[in-house]
Write a protein that binds this ligand. Structure first.
Ligand code: BGC
Length: 419
């Protein structure tokens, strides 16, 4: 994969050799359900909307706010039950498989085969974009959650060295506190705290992340390392301001952008906010892997899952799928979104330093076997298990239970959710 990426970067003009676009429609409309409502997200969505509009396709917007898409999935359920699903729906990991099991999704295999998606989409993504051998979703990007976003001025005031280990992180947080700023923001809702937890668990080892979050091994879920993970999460919480509860991730990002807060642990959709605020990596902010997780990646990929629609809507739906998978679109969209292309053959030329790092890290982790599905974004386990974890994590983050109790409860909640 890395080799392919390097070849990709050498191609001029953003064009990918051997790729040819298909035209399915010049008109019609698509109704798109998504949760991209923050400033950076809306700007990225606009790239897709404009592309379709330039082909004469009308965009009917159906935004349902809420990171992770839980609310969007609830809205979708109502529409599917009423027999009137949208054309395309932003969805993640195991949620996609769950909808496919219900027999309500369409089949993109014709367009996928014609355009050779099999060859350019990594297997880790195909596991979710395909069901029963058929392509059912078009992957628009790859995000990852184990990032730390730091305000550059605040970091400089705290000694200027980005932390590389847990102890260095705590030292920087202490300095930021002494400097009178909020050292770290996050955890305002269950999804947000769970996103932080991905990084904390991964920082205790890739084997531990896999055993606990992916394999759901009861011993890993309840053991000493899990107690340590919760202890670290509580430690981070101790540096967060008192008004954190209920605050959305993008408002956390805004606090880091403004320098009121020093840092945020968040997926690289946070970079979309920095870019939207015209901030530059290396000058205004610093992007690093969460200390202790260097070399590993917890990923999620936004996919547009296509539903079974009437004949009148099919051509526009296939056009949308084809557009999403075009190399130029994957570059221009992801530059704005903060994510990296889902295709492995897209040049990294248009990306900033964080984007280039994201592309490289992903390729390397994939090669080394240190690429894991993100628990918080529904790529490590099905929704029932993910939600059971969310509940325990957020109660511990809020101080309702201590780390020891949390580890015990996590194992019990997962066992119950497994049924
Ligand atoms: C999605 C991102 C989105 C984020 C916050 C994640 O689950 O994958 O695309 O920006 O939620 O809304």
């Amino acid at each position: 994969m890395l080799r392919k990426l390097l070849i990709g970067t050498m191609l001029a003009g953003g064009l990918v050799a051997g790729y040819s676009a298909t035209t399915y429609a010049a008109g019609g409309s698509v109704e798109v359900l998504h949760w991209w409502t923050s400033g950076g997200e809306a700007a990225a969505l606009d790239v897709l909307k404009k592309k379709l509009e330039s082909q004469g396709i009308t965009w009917k917007d159906m935004p349902v706010a809420g990171g992770g898409g839980e609310q969007a999935m609830t809205t979708l359920r109502a529409r599917v039950t009423a027999g009137d699903p949208p054309t395309a729906v932003q969805a993640l990991g195991y949620d996609i498989t769950d909808w496919a099991k219900q027999g309500v999704v369409g089949d993109l295999s014709d367009v996928a085969n014609k355009e050779g998606w099999d060859k350019v989409i990594p297997g880790a993504l195909q596991n979710f974009a395909k069901y029963d051998g058929k392509w059912i979703a078009a992957p628009v990007n790859v995000h990852s959650t184990n990032w730390l976003w730091i305000n550059k001025k605040d970091l400089d005031a705290a000694g200027g060295k980005a932390p590389e280990s847990w102890d260095e992180l705590i030292a920087v947080l202490d300095k930021m506190k002494a400097n009178g700023i909020i050292p770290i923001v996050g955890g305002g809702n269950a999804w947000n705290a769970a996103t932080m937890f991905d990084s904390v668990v991964l920082s205790l080892g890739t084997d531990f992340y896999k055993a606990s979050m992916v394999d759901l091994d009861p011993a890993a879920l309840s053991g000493d390392k899990m107690v340590e993970a919760f202890t670290r999460l509580s430690k981070l919480r101790s540096y967060v301001d008192d008004n954190f509860s209920g605050r959305e991730w993008n408002l956390d990002s805004a606090m880091v952008i403004e320098g009121k807060a020093g840092m945020q642990i968040m997926g690289d959709w946070a970079k979309g906010e920095f870019v939207h605020a015209k901030k530059k990596p290396g000058e205004d902010f610093v992007c690093i892997r969460f200390p202790g997780t260097q070399g590993a990646v917890t990923f999620n990929s936004d996919m547009f899952m296509m539903f079974k629609v009437g004949e009148d809507k099919k051509a526009a739906q296939l056009q949308m799928a084809s557009d999403i998978m075009s190399p130029d679109f994957q570059s221009s969209f992801n530059v704005v979104k903060g994510s990296v292309p889902a295709r492995t053959d897209v040049p990294d030329t248009a990306f900033d330093a964080c984007g280039k790092k994201g592309i490289k890290d992903l390729a390397e982790a994939n090669e080394k076997g240190t690429l894991f599905g993100s628990m918080s974004q529904g790529y490590a386990s099905p929704a029932a298990i993910k939600n059971a974890m969310y509940d325990v994590i957020t109660r511990e983050y809020n101080g309702d239970i201590d780390p020891k109790e949390a580890a015990k409860e996590l194992a019990a909640a997962v066992a119950a959710a497994k049924g």
